[in-house]
Structures are given as structure tokens and as C-alpha cells.
Design a protein around this ligand. Structure first.
Ligand code: FMN
Length: 183
């Protein structure tokens, strides 16, 4: 059975990101776990550097559950609004906790034991500026958790005028994303 970990980087419970995630999860096979970056009370990395000594993170919060899930999940989805052409700050805070994997391989010379994963990225934006910087940042982050293969990104970049749920192109790509993750 497929296992998918989904990061929701939006603060809005019924916003654009949430509406696209609803469609995705309806079409996903297997089980999934959603990390709500604004609500799950996950501390950011504080650069204590303990992960240069031990393989893991000493902050005991919900992130520990996510580390466990990451060991053998098949897919990772990052869905986030674009703030200043980047993922939201709260998503970046959560993602900073992946630093333990960087430390493990770079300082401790011990490759993290994470199953190779498929990755999908969903970005929504009002329509100002660029979305590519956000995509590149999320891809850099996903590399740290062993994402090896990506679907075409879902980008709805005109939500000031058209809610993401009414963006036909984005919804079509989203359904293709579900197929990619289910394969
Ligand atoms: C602080 C802030 C910064 C934003 N920066 C951008 C931006 O750089 N480019 C853009 O297209 N939209 C920007 N937006 C608009 C949101 O990305 C947009 O409203 C999005 O659809 C909200 O998604 P959500 O409903 O899932 O939270 C910004 C919104 C906020 C609150």
C-alpha cells in the first residue's frame, strides 16, 4: 500500500492550497498523512548542532512522527502558497528540521536511511512576481529527504482573479499528479 506524506504550507483552512489538496487526497491510493505547517506546533531548527553528534533531532515534538513516516513512505507532496516568490515561512520552518539529514550525511558520514521517493509540488499564488524561485527552493528541500523523481508541478498563479479550484489547467495537472503518485 502506498504511503504519502503531504505538507500543507498554508494558514488558510479553506483557501486555495486546501481546496487543491482536497482533490488530490480524494484521488490518492493508499494512506496519507498531512502535516499542517501552521497548526501542528513544530519548532523550527535552532541550529543546536546536536545532529552533528547523533543521527536524529533532539527537539521532541510532532516532527519525530514525521521522521518515522519519512523512513519508508513512497511519496512526498509539498503544497504551499507563494509568499514573496517563495514557499511560506511556516513551511520553511518545518523544512528546516530536515537539517538532521544533512548533518547525518555531511558531518557524520552516515547516509540517512530513507526510501527513494516520488515528489509532487503544488504552488498557488495571487499572480504577482515569479513562482519559479518557490519551485527551486522546494526542490532543494526535497532532495534532502531523498526525492528522486518529480511530476510536473501544479501551479495556480492567478488566485486573485480565479480561485485555484476553478483553474482548469491546475486541476487537470493535479489529477495527473495523483496518477503519477499512485503508479
Ligand atoms: C504575506 C504574503 C505574501 C504573498 N506574496 C505573493 C507573491 O510573491 N506572489 C504571488 O503571486 N502571491 C503572493 N501572495 C498571495 C497568495 O500566494 C495567494 O493569495 C494564495 O492564493 C493564498 O493561498 P492559500 O489560500 O492556500 O493560503 C502573498 C500573500 C501573502 C499573505
Amino acid at each position: 500500500m502506498k504511503k504519502t506524506l503531504i505538507f500543507n504550507g498554508s494558514p488558510r483552512s479553506n483557501g486555495d492550497t486546501a481546496s487543491l489538496l482536497k482533490i488530490l487526497t480524494k484521488n490518492l491510493d493508499g494512506e496519507f498523512k498531512i502535516v499542517n505547517c501552521y497548526k501542528d506546533k513544530i519548532s523550527p531548527c535552532v541550529d543546536c548542532r546536536k545532529c552533528r553528534e547523533i543521527d536524529g533531532c533532539v527537539i521532541k515534538d510532532k516532527m519525530q512522527e514525521i521522521y518515522d513516516y519519512l523512513i519508508d513512505c513512497d511519496n512526498v507532496v509539498v503544497a504551499t502558497p507563494i509568499y514573496f516568490s517563495q514557499p511560506t515561512g511556516e513551511f520553511l520552518n518545518v523544512a528546516s528540521r530536515f537539517q538532521r539529514y544533512f548533518s547525518q550525511s555531511y558531518f557524520n558520514k552516515n547516509k540517512p536511511n530513507l526510501k527513494a521517493k516520488k515528489g509532487s509540488i503544488i504552488l498557488v499564488g495571487g499572480g504577482n512576481g515569479e513562482w519559479e524561485p518557490a519551485l527551486n527552493t522546494v526542490k532543494d528541500i526535497m532532495k534532502m529527504i531523498n526525492v528522486k523523481e518529480y511530476s510536473q508541478p501544479v501551479v495556480s498563479h492567478n488566485t486573485d482573479n480565479t480561485p485555484a479550484i476553478n483553474d482548469e489547467n491546475a486541476v487537470k495537472t493535479l489529477l495527473e499528479t495523483a496518477e503519477f503518485l499512485n503508479k
